[in-house]
Write a protein that binds this ligand. Structure first.
Ligand code: HEM
Length: 511
């Protein structure tokens, strides 16, 4: 009896001691900040990832802590920290911060990218996965191939609008996969609806723009109340985000009713419904998942291909090397196709380098820590927003020497094959852990075939100004969740008459 009391006392003493030591653990280092407001004024309004990387060096710690007016924020600046926390301890690090403006007021709670970790999210991610896992994504390759070939035609016809052509290509790929709908080359109503919604989501989701995100109770303020401008904006934005979910979905349902619906994710999902009570719930779920695919997959691909064009202007030798590989492997009498992938390692390395050099989402999407944790002796508080600084990881000079330079060779062995040690080194570009981008297989395939097709047939060059001098791109980028190169001039011309004929005679309509 006595021995069990002693054992119990020892256990209690141990637990108390452990709790006390845990409480005493310091927070990770970071700039000191002001009372109450914390680091609100320390964080720059643009390109925050650079400040985070700078602090990581200054405090000699890959994990940095910030207090944003009472909200704890932890920034992970190394691939090791991201692996340890987002991957190995993913059960704790897969939640999302609550975004009241976006989810509750603008009504984007159908989008699983913004959903908290739990069954609602899991159910949607599972449905999405069925259509975008590696072998499912293989089935979308013919569509990606045709999109790339159509893009070549557009680049020849109207080279100045190259960013518009990228938007059309990315939009029609994902609208085709999700809904089976055809997209008009110009002024397409589905693309226009989605662009309005994406704009609304970018505004409403911009961290720190709305007080209601810090004080959720404000969502109950009536919209006529003085100062409730945010509620009026939310009502306006909600119209576009709702239209984005409903307009293409209803179009597919009409096509199904007419017996005219081509294969798509929605067609196949609706085929599983049997009209029971669950059907209404599932219809909402499916329409939300399809819209999530569109919002996740359009801007991101456009940004990556924009960076590719920019890289080709700034690094003409890289363009020549890639074209030499294409000429050697493909020759001049056909266009590249997916089976060529294994024989074109330099093209694959360019795709990896584009994603590394100018990460599309430099800070991915913030995660949230669900219960207190400890890392390298630091205490990470429950409820902290945890941000993976993908930009810092992909610009770590130990892993990527001369990180600011565009060097596809870093992914290759000296004899020009893909370096297995660098396999997936660009992965932080797609985020982390259980939340990693589930559309990445389709994204990589579409980038690969677009880049291979463009380089094999077109020369990308700097157009001349009025005085006959090449126009230098600024190389600057927008800031925000998804970043794009600022508008720049870019010229495209066929590499040969045969290349032009190949482009003009290519098949780009789905059978
Ligand atoms: C170059 C192209 C792309 C990039 C760089 C990219 C990047 C990302 C990143 C960084 C995240 C957040 C990961 C995290 O929270 O840690 C994400 C999430 C997501 N992406 Fe992508 N993405 C791309 C293309 C696509 C495509 C083509 C689709 C659709 C087919 C897609 C659908 C999604 C969805 C649905 C999520 C939410 C995942 C979740 O919260 O569980 N993405 N993406």
């Amino acid at each position: 009896m006595l021995s069990s009391v002693v054992s119990l006392a020892l256990i209690v003493a141990f637990v108390v001691a452990a709790l006390v030591t845990r409480r005493k653990r310091p927070l990770p280092p970071g700039p000191k900040g002001l009372p109450l407001l914390g680091n609100i004024y320390d964080v720059p309004k643009s390109r925050e990832w650079l400040a985070y990387q700078h602090w990581s060096r200054e405090y000699d710690s890959d994990v940095i802590y910030l207090n944003l007016a009472g909200t704890p924020v932890v920034i992970l600046n190394s691939a090791d920290a991201a692996y340890e926390l987002f991957e190995r301890r993913s059960a704790l690090y897969s939640d999302r911060p609550k975004m009241t403006m976006l989810n509750d007021l603008v009504g984007c709670d159908w989008h699983f990218v913004f959903m908290g970790y739990g069954n609602r999210w899991r159910e949607r991610r599972r449905v999405f996965h069925q259509y975008f896992h590696p072998s499912a994504a293989m089935q979308h390759r013919p569509r990606a191939l045709r999109g790339a070939r159509f893009l070549l035609n557009c680049l020849l016809d109207a080279p100045d609008d190259f960013m518009g052509h990228l938007r059309h290509m990315a939009g029609s790929l994902i609208i085709g996969v999700a809904y089976g709908l055809e997209v008009q080359p110009k002024d397409d109503p589905y693309v226009a609806t989605a662009e309005r919604a994406l704009h609304a989501m970018a505004m409403a989701g911009n961290a720190g723009s709305f007080l209601v995100d810090s004080i959720p109770m404000l969502k109950y303020v009536p919209s006529w109340f003085p100062g409730a401008e945010f509620k009026r904006k939310a009502m306006e934005w909600k119209k576009s985000t709702t239209a984005m979910v409903e307009v293409p979905y209803k179009a597919v349902k009409r096509a199904i009713a007419d017996g005219m619906a081509p294969p798509s994710m929605i067609l196949s999902l609706l085929g599983t419904l049997d009209g029971n009570d669950e059907s209404t719930h599932l219809e909402k779920l499916y329409s939300g998942v399809a819209a999530a695919a569109y919002t996740g997959g359009s801007d991101t691909t456009v940004s990556a291909l924009g960076s590719f064009f920019l890289a080709m202007l700034l690094y003409p030798d890289t363009q020549r090397k890639a074209q030499a590989e294409l000429d050697r492997v493909i020759g001049n009498d056909r266009l590249p196709d997916f089976p060529d992938e294994r024989s074109l390692p330099y093209i694959t390395a360019i795709v990896q380098e584009v994603l590394r050099w100018r990460p599309v989402t430099p800070l991915a999407v913030p995660h949230r820590l669900t219960s207190e944790d400890e890392y390298h002796g630091y205490r990470l508080p429950a409820g902290a927003i945890v941000v993976g600084n993908g930009w810092a990881m992909l610009h770590d000079e130990k892993r990527f020497p001369d990180p600011e330079e565009f060097i596809p060779e870093r992914f290759l062995t000296p004899d020009g094959q893909l370096n297995s040690e660098m396999k997936d080194a660009e992965l932080p570009a797609f985020g982390f852990g259980r939340r990693i981008c589930p559309g990445r297989y389709l994204a990589s395939a579409s980038l690969w075939i677009s880049i291979a097709s463009i380089l094999s047939t077109l020369e990308i060059y700097k157009p001349l100004d009025d005085r006959g001098n090449p126009i230098q791109p600024s190389g600057e980028y927008t800031t925000g969740l998804v970043t794009y190169p600022l508008p720049f001039k870019c010229g495209f011309k066929p590499r040969s008459r045969t290349a032009e004929e190949l482009i003009r005679t290519a098949e780009f309509h789905l059978d």
